[in-house]
Design a protein around this ligand. Structure first.
Ligand code: TZP
Length: 211
C-alpha cells in the first residue's frame, strides 16, 4: 500500500478520548495510515498499546507504523517503522525489518537523498510550520522543504509540523504525497468529523492532480 493521503499520528498527551478511540475515529473517517507515537511510557506499556492499535488497523486494512522503535514495531507485527535522524541507522533497521515499511525524517534535501539511497520507503519533511506538539522539531522550514524534497527524491514525501485546515492548501500545492496533522485533529471538537473533512480535501486534490 502506498504512503498517500492523510496520515494520523497518535498523541496520548493531546488526546481527549484516548489513542484507541482517536485511531478508530480517524479510520472510520477514511484515514489509511496510523502511526503510534509515544515516548514517555515503558516498553511493556508501549507494546501493549501497539498490539491494540495493530488489531484496530488490521481489521480495516489500515497501515500501522510505529515511531522510533524497531523493537516495538517487530513485536507488534506493525507494517513499518518511522525513524528520526537519531534512531537506529536505516541499514540496521532494514536488516531487522526485511520488507516492512521504513520512513525517515528529513530536515533537508541532503537527508532525504541519503535516506532514499539507503532504501527508505518514504521521507517526512519536518517541520513545515511551527509546532508545539514536538518540542525539538526545530525551526520551521516552510513549504519550500516539500518542494525541495519532491525534486530531490522519488519516494513519497510526507509533510509534518503545524499543518491545519487553514494552511493545508499550500502544502497540497507543493506536492506533498501524504500529510500529518496531530494537534489540528486532537484539539478539534470532533476527531471523526475533522479527519473526514481533511481526508476529503486531500483525496479530492490528489485525484484532480493525477488527471
Ligand atoms: N515531527 C515533526 S513535527 C511533529 C512531529 C512528530 C509534530 C506535528 O504535530 P502537529 O500538532 O501537527 O504540529
Amino acid at each position: 500500500m502506498k504512503i498517500k493521503g492523510f496520515y494520523f499520528v497518535t498523541d496520548s498527551k493531546l488526546s481527549k478520548q484516548g489513542i484507541f478511540s482517536d485511531a478508530e475515529q480517524a479510520i472510520v473517517a477514511g484515514c489509511k495510515i496510523i502511526q503510534y507515537r509515544e515516548n514517555k511510557k515503558s516498553s511493556k506499556e508501549m507494546l501493549e498499546e501497539a498490539l491494540q492499535l495493530k488489531k484496530i488497523c488490521a481489521k480495516k486494512n489500515v497501515l500501522f507504523i510505529v515511531n522510533n522503535r524497531v523493537d516495538i514495531a517487530l513485536a507488534a507485527n506493525a507494517d513499518g517503522v518511522h525513524l528520526g535522524q537519531d534512531d537506529l541507522p536505516l541499514a540496521v533497521a532494514r536488516k531487522l525489518l526485511g520488507k516492512k515499511i521504513i520512513g525517515v525524517t528529513a530536515h533537508s534535501a541532503q537527508e532525504a537523498i541519503v535516506a532514499e539511497k539507503q532504501g527508505a520507503d518514504y521521507v517526512s519533511a519536518s517541520a513545515i510550520f511551527a509546532t508545539t506538539t514536538k518540542k525539538d522539531a526545530g525551526k520551521p522550514k516552510g513549504i519550500e522543504l516539500i518542494t525541495e524534497l519532491k525534486q530531490a527524491v522519488k519516494i513519497p514525501v510526507v509533510a509534518i509540523g503545524g499543518i491545519n485546515e487553514e494552511n493545508l492548501q499550500p502544502v497540497l500545492e507543493a506536492g506533498a504525497d501524504s500529510i500529518v496533522m496531530i494537534s489540528a485533529i486532537l484539539n478539534s471538537d470532533n476527531v471523526k468529523e475533522t479527519v473526514a473533512r481533511v481526508v476529503e480535501r486531500i483525496n479530492c486534490f490528489q485525484a484532480r492532480e493525477k488527471k
